[in-house]
Design a protein around this ligand. Structure first.
Ligand code: AMP
Length: 180
């Protein structure tokens, strides 16, 4: 990684606001809106993401509701790829495929349109943050049902202490911009 890239990542990391005890006591919420609102930082993040994936032949960026809907379409546009939303139940208007997964308390379900991905696609799944990995692991399984050519997984932030990577099959190609 170039010196310029390390410095720019430090700037991005510093711009993320930490909100203690949100949405529940004990959670340190990483607020990316303080990065997104700065034009230069937003451009830098977009540049870094583009550099990470420009040679991978990505044809679809799949964003996870809701913070994956911010940089997901930005990245899709830069890569010349399409954008596909993965949403909570009842939000997508056409026929969907869904998957349920265990959360700390109870279950959750996510859905994707049945015609969103084809076997010829190279998919990049994107969300803002990797915590326990539960949501993204389920999204990977959901996308896997379409049998795409290849799958990449991206986060802006990875919370290292939570070791969310352990939730995934070791062959999963996971990359994050910032490790906090
Ligand atoms: P997980 O399934 O545990 O990896 O949780 C990931 C999802 O929850 C992502 O969509 C994040 O936006 C959100 N999330 C979890 N923990 C945090 C946190 N500490 N700060 C901000 N967002 C979080």
């Amino acid at each position: 990684m170039s010196k310029y890239m390390i410095m720019s990542k430090e700037r991005l990391a510093k711009s993320i606001r930490n909100i203690p005890d949100f949405p529940i006591p004990g959670i340190q919420f990483k607020d990316v809106t303080t990065l997104f609102k700065e034009p230069e930082l937003l451009q830098e993040l977009s540049d870094i993401l583009y550099e990470m994936y420009k040679d991978k032949g990505i044809t679809k960026v799949v964003g996870i509701e809701s913070r994956g809907f911010i940089m997901g379409p930005v990245l899709a546009t830069r890569l010349g790829a399409g954008f596909v939303p993965v949403r909570k139940p009842g939000k997508l208007p056409a026929e969907t495929v869904e998957i349920s997964y265990d959360k700390e308390y109870g279950k959750d379900t996510i859905q994707i349109h049945k015609d969103a991905i084809s076997e010829n696609d190279v998919v990049l799944l994107h969300d803002d943050l990797l915590a326990t990995g539960g949501t993204m692991k389920a999204a990977c399984e959901l996308v896997g049902k379409f049998n795409p050519k290849d799958v990449y997984v991206n986060f802006i932030i990875e919370l290292k202490d939570l070791n969310g990577r352990a939730a995934f099959n070791p062959s999963t190609k996971i990359d994050s911009v910032l490790e906090l």
